[in-house]
Design a protein around this ligand. Structure first.
Ligand code: CAO
Length: 426
């Protein structure tokens, strides 16, 4: 056993350079060539590796210290059997026969950040400028998934990391730890008045990683449109029970589900899923199971209405009510949330014009529906009152192009309008 001093080696032009990262901890077992610290000058940054294996007994430097060749970095207890003096030209030992430090001749031992770095520590490829930028924003660069070759982190990566708060690579691990905000607020809410701290409902906690994953990994585009549903509404309001003659209460959503399925048949890419772009594969579904976002006191749930293509409007309306009740009573099975074609998120019963719904991964599109309202529309040679339904279609731009999305919405419009009598009325 020997206590070995690990010192700053000859690192060329580096003199009085700042330590920007300490990559090891006291008590840690390290191997020869593991990086210990990162030094950064105006021009570049380098990682200083260990020339010995052993357990770190004391770290003698801190982030922000300026060091030069020969300065003590840390001490390790080494159990190496080899001749330390001959093996380690850069370090000295507390043993008498290994007193004088000699300079490292092999520059390759020092890894510049312009090369690929691989070791057990959190090495990150990034220029000094980018590292500095990340530090200034209080961001741990090791958490950022670089977008360039070998995972090199760019300034843009840092910006988007800070912007979204969560790194993509962490999103893929379904680990709560990874959903913690990356930027801490510098004050207490209670400093500004009375507050209440309550538990986040379980359903919201369960849904959160899925929403974050979808929002951050899928390039969303939302296409807004207005659909004239005057005739559809006249028809809906004219429906009566065959036996009792009473007016039937059928939600517009049942019509919209049918119209959506009609559009999915014409545009199969909206009824597809991609699990992993790198596989180069896309799954097209031949069934039509529509997810409906249900607002419950416990949070949002998205059960599926199966085989919408095979059910009539009245049955769909009844089923929708039953499923929504099951969700609100927490009596729904987990399996009913799986295996959808596309989702509808309807705020039609509540209000608003347009919104930007988040795609329910692994689906590739979601239809947002807002509250219909009466508008004066210029038709023929005059203004006339029409019932207008605002819709917002968010789609995965990796799979669906804008033109296709616009055509898809046209198809929904036709299915709710001029086509609905023969396509939907049964
Ligand atoms: N425009 C105008 N009125 C509409 C409408 C629309 N687009 N959609 C529904 N309505 C009417 C209904 O006809 C009903 O009217 P009556 O009371 O006169 O019969 C009323 O609004 C209430 O509708 P509802 O929303 O309660 O019922 P629904 O069957 O249309 O919808 C459900 C069911 C489960 C979708 C709904 O209850 C719900 O939970 N919506 C919220 C979904 C949500 O939170 N989405 C946001 C998620 S974030 O992406």
């Amino acid at each position: 056993m020997a206590l070995i001093d690990i010192k700053v080696p000859n690192i060329g032009d580096f003199n009085d350079v700042e330590i920007i990262e300490i990559l090891v901890k006291e008590g840690q077992q390290i191997n020869k060539n593991d990086s210990l610290i990162t030094l950064e000058s105006d021009k570049s940054s380098v990682e200083v590796p260990s020339n010995h294996s052993g357990k770190i007994s004391k770290i003698n430097v801190r982030v922000g210290d300026k060091v030069s060749e020969g300065d003590l970095i840390l001490k390790i207890v080494s159990s190496e059997k080899q001749n330390i003096k001959s093996d380690n030209k850069e370090t000295s030992t507390t043993k008498e026969n290994h007193k004088s430090p000699e300079k490292i001749q092999e520059k390759s031992e020092i890894r510049s950040n312009t090369q690929t770095i691989s070791n057990t520590n959190k090495s990150v490829l990034a220029s000094p400028k980018v590292r500095k930028f990340a530090r200034e924003l209080g961001t741990d660069i090791s958490k950022i998934l670089g977008s360039e070759k070998f995972g090199r982190v760019t300034e843009e990566d840092v910006k988007s990391f800070v912007k979204i708060g969560i790194n993509q690579k962490h999103l893929l691990n379904n680990n709560e730890e990874n959903y913690k905000p990356q930027i801490k607020i510098e004050y207490e809410h209670s400093d500004f008045g009375d507050i209440d701290v309550k538990d986040i409902p379980r359903i919201k906690k369960l849904a959160a990683p899925h929403l974050v994953n979808s929002f951050n990994t899928i390039p969303h585009v939302t296409h807004h449109d207005e659909i004239d549903i005057t005739e559809m509404e006249e028809f809906r309001n004219s429906l009566t029970d065959h036996f009792t003659g009473e007016k039937l209460k059928i939600t517009p959503l049942a019509f919209i589900m049918k119209a959506l399925v009609g559009a999915l048949k014409e545009f199969p890419s909206f009824n597809s899923s991609i699990e992993d772009m790198s596989s180069g594969k896309i799954t097209f579904k031949k069934y039509f199971h529509i997810g409906i976002a249900v607002d419950t006191p416990n949070g949002l749930m998205v059960p599926k209405i199966r085989h919408v293509d095979k059910k009539n409007i009245q049955n769909l309306s009844v089923e929708l009510k039953e499923v929504a009740k099951k969700c609100r009573d927490l009596k729904i099975d987990k399996k009913e949330f799986y295996g959808g074609s596309m989702t509808i998120s309807s705020l039609g019963g509540i209000g608003g014009s347009f919104f930007t719904p988040i795609i329910n991964y692994p689906e590739v599109a979601i239809l947002g529906v807002s509250k219909s309202n009466t508008k004066q529309i210029f038709l023929g040679d005059r203004f006339t009152s029409r019932t207008i339904l605002p819709i917002s279609l968010s789609y995965d731009h990796r799979i669906i192009d804008g033109a296709e999305a616009a055509r898809f919405c046209n198809e929904i419009r036709d299915n709710l309008g001029k086509n609905f009598a023969f396509k939907l009325a049964v």
